[in-house]
Design a protein around this ligand. Structure first.
Ligand SMILES: *Cc1c(COP(=O)(O)O)cnc(C)c1O
Length: 463
């Protein structure tokens, strides 16, 4: 045995580094719900501690952990807590952290049943749960990927495969050269990852037929051009600024009559479809062909967790086809047929644990509470003169602005520096806005009031 092997076996036996890592993690949990949301300048400057050449010699594990903890923890963003409203980020349901911790030790690759029976089983179970809670067509299959960016690529790849196959064109063999034309129709407020997916798939952003949106960012149904069997129609559940939903019920009927492929980007918004009081927002979404949704946003799973759902299993698995003489196909689920990757960490573990823990009612309650906190924010901020809410708060997003672009910028900057809460800016119909996304299970009434107070203070400081 080499000396290095011997040391590593000792670490496994005495478990000191694991205990130390857990202790650091617990200390982090103790403070992160109350810490400043954004790292201090000192903490960010201290990151220079990581600027070192690759060491020549092996060092001690304890010192690696110590360095990581000492200079790493304070340069994290407090997304676990209740006052982070940036992007659409989400916290983590505690059982998700615990399950992930256990799963870390298992270190499973959920490529095949043969590489992880437990990964395969949990994926099969959760796939059914998704079909059930979103009321999707029975045959709908799921691929567990890193996020909606990849889920969008997968859904659109399935669309591309199916449309060309209907034209007797095998995209996998022939590629796009001289291929029949695929049309893409989308609302002007599509998420940037839709553009990325269209580029990656060689469909060309210039080929998108853009449709105007209304004042909430929803595609205007009457302006959707004539669709046909060679068209991919891209819709949205949850506009990234306003949280608005396209009118699926009406649009999907029309698109299905034309035999078009409908893909819904529902990164955070699709979850409205599980909540009794909110499901009117996603009415008719089950009539689409593919859907992309995140676990790591509204459902509060750990990063990274996205799901592609596809009613046309053959299209999805053909589009993402994998072959190799050494692949051991089994009767059970082999995850790699539903995703672009071969090796993937078994992110299904945390997704399963959180859904198993919350149950249908818990998911409902958690997501409805996010909506109610967003409404609370809307109410409280509207009462302060100098702030205007620019969207209908139908879900979890609140778009806020001040009297001028300049003031909005300054106030946002001050809010970010005050450290009480954190949110980002955006542009909404040509105007600078602040974008509040309520998507943490941990956001309480008090967190909202405290954050609104910080908005008010920031406005005063810039008057
Ligand atoms: C966040 C988001 C995406 C991208 O999802 P990732 O999980 O970050 O890859 C796509 N579409 C919408 C509407 C989003 O909000």
């Amino acid at each position: 045995m080499s000396k290095l092997q011997d040391t590593m076996f000792q670490e496994i036996r005495n478990k000191d580094i694991f205990k130390q890592s857990q202790q650091y993690a617990f200390e982090y949990l103790e403070e992160i719900f109350n810490r400043n949301i954004y790292p201090t300048e000192d903490a960010v400057n201290d990151l220079s501690n990581f600027d070192e050449d690759l060491p020549t010699n092996t060092t001690k594990s304890e010192s690696v952990l110590k360095q990581l903890n000492e200079y790493g923890k304070d340069a994290t963003i407090a997304t676990l807590g209740g006052r982070y409203f940036g992007f659409v980020t989400g916290s983590v349901v505690p059982i998700g952290l615990a399950a992930k911790q256990l799963g870390t030790f298992w270190d499973q690759s959920s490529a095949l049943y043969a590489t992880s029976p437990i990964g395969s089983k949990l994926e099969a179970v959760v796939e059914k749960w998704f079909v059930d809670i979103f009321n999707l067509p029975k045959q709908t299959c799921a691929g567990f990927v890193s996020g909606t960016s990849v889920a969008n690529v997968c859904g659109l790849a399935a669309a591309r495969y199916r449309i060309l196959q209907k034209n007797n064109w095998d995209i996998n063999k022939k590629g796009l050269r001289n291929a029949p034309e695929i049309r893409i129709v989308s609302g002007k407020h599509a998420h940037s990852t839709i553009l990325k997916a269209v580029s990656l798939l060689g469909l060309g952003q210039d080929n998108i037929e853009w449709v105007d949106v209304d004042n909430q960012g929803r595609i205007i149904p009457e302006l959707i051009p004539e669709l046909d069997k060679n068209t991919i129609l891209i819709l949205q559940a949850g506009n990234v600024n306003s949280g608005a939903f396209d009118n699926f019920d009406m649009i999907c009927d029309k698109a299905n009559k034309a035999d078009a492929w409908i893909h819904i980007d529902g990164a955070f918004g699709l979850w409205a479809g599980t909540v009794e009081q909110l499901k009117h927002l996603t009415k008719g979404m089950e009539k689409a062909s593919s859907w992309a949704v995140d676990g790591h946003k509204t459902l509060n799973t750990p990063y990274d967790s996205g799901i592609v759902l596809c009613a046309d299993q053959e299209a999805l698995t053909s589009a993402l086809h994998a072959s190799g003489s050494y692949l051991i196909e089994s009767k059970a689920r082999d995850g790699l047929f539903y995703t672009p990757e071969m090796s993937r960490r078994a992110r299904i573990i945390e997704l399963w644990a959180i859904m198993r823990y919350l149950g249908k009612n818990g998911i409902d309650e958690m997501i409805l509470t996010m909506h109610l906190r967003a409404k609370q924010f809307e109410n409280e901020i509207s009462q302060i003169s100098g702030f205007q809410v620019k969207n209908d708060v139908v879900f979890n997003q609140v778009v806020v602005k001040c009297e001028s672009d300049e003031l909005t910028d300054k106030v946002l900057n001050t809010i970010q520096n005050l450290g009480e809460c954190w949110l980002g800016g955006s542009v909404w119909f040509g105007k600078k806005v602040m974008r509040v996304s309520v998507c943490s299970w941990a956001t309480t009434e008090a967190d909202i009031s405290r954050s609104v107070a910080s908005f008010e203070k920031a406005l005063m400081m810039n008057k």
